[in-house]
Design a protein around this ligand. Structure first.
Ligand code: DGL
Length: 270
């Protein structure tokens, strides 16, 4: 009989944005232990050189897999997934990875005007992976890629403090809104896991209403589908759901925030 997998799922992001996925996953996957990893020492990922980021992530995953032996891994970060998901699957063939990539296919299926914008980090916008998704699924649409320099950081500030500069949000999202031959952008894909936390501020500062596609729930559901096809051992409920940070000193407000998502903060392994 095949060995049972450890009843845990490890979520990985550059910062605290991946909590948007954990929030959904904890509801539908109570039988698994949730381990959240934020590479906050390297945040933001959006501006990193691709080869250096790939090296960094490979090293981190060696440590994380060794320490936690997770039953499943969710890369809750578009910037990391679009760069590294294929590489990580090859480097760690015994692990099952779920990626988070821009929701270009659903946007292309849903748009009425044919004008779709993808709001993401500069890294995700640059990726060949993203360009390939557009070519494959959105050939008949006009897709505008908007690489935002500051939104992920604004989202982190907002999550920590409850305050955000709305004028800065307005400036960052403004390039998503296109008017062309009497048609207007009607869908904006939130292609960064940090952005759902700012969705209300985006709605408020948008020049006209659009459909904002947030994939957090879809990622959690995809994870559930895979979990149902795999064999996991029973969860030991005495082990709490946890958050670990690569920086030496996650700030008190981050620990408080993690605890609001049901995660207790533990030191990075090793
Ligand atoms: N949360 C990450 C994503 O989904 C990106 C944030 C960053 O590190 O720039 O793309």
């Amino acid at each position: 009989m095949a060995e049972l997998r450890d009843p845990s799922v490890l979520f990985f992001d550059s910062g605290i944005g991946g909590l948007s996925v954990v929030k959904e996953a904890r509801i539908i996957l109570p039988g698994l232990r949730h381990i959240y990893v934020a590479d906050d020492a390297a945040f933001p990922y959006g501006a990193w050189d691709e080869a250096e980021l790939l090296d960094r992530m490979t090293g981190l995953f060696e440590t994380l897999i060794e320490a936690f032996r997770p039953g499943l891994i969710v890369i809750a970060c578009n910037t990391a997934s679009t760069l590294a998901i294929g590489h990580l699957r090859r480097a760690f063939p015994d692990q099952v990875f779920v990626g988070t990539v821009p929701a270009i296919k659903p946007a292309a299926e849903r748009t009425r005007s044919g004008l779709v914008s993808v709001l993401a980090t500069p890294g995700t916008v640059r990726r060949q992976y993203t360009r390939d998704l557009i070519r494959q699924y959105a050939g008949q649409c006009h897709v505008r890629l908007v690489g935002s320099e500051h939104l992920a950081e604004l989202a982190e500030d907002y999550m920590r403090t409850g305050f955000v500069d709305e004028e800065a949000v307005r400036r960052e999202i403004a390039p998503c809104f296109v008017e062309e031959n009497g048609r207007r952008t009607d869908i904006v894909v939130l292609a960064c896991t940090h952005y759902p936390f700012l969705a209300n501020r985006m709605r408020k500062t948008a020049p006209w209403p659009v459909d904002w596609i947030d994939t957090s729930e879809a990622i959690a559901r995809r994870t559930l589908t895979l979990v149902e096809q795999m064999q996991f051992g029973p969860r030991d409920f005495s082990l709490p759901d946890i958050a670990v940070f690569t920086s030496d000193d996650p700030r008190t407000e981050v620990m408080r925030l993690a605890s609001g998502f049901g995660l207790s903060t533990e030191p990075f392994p090793g």
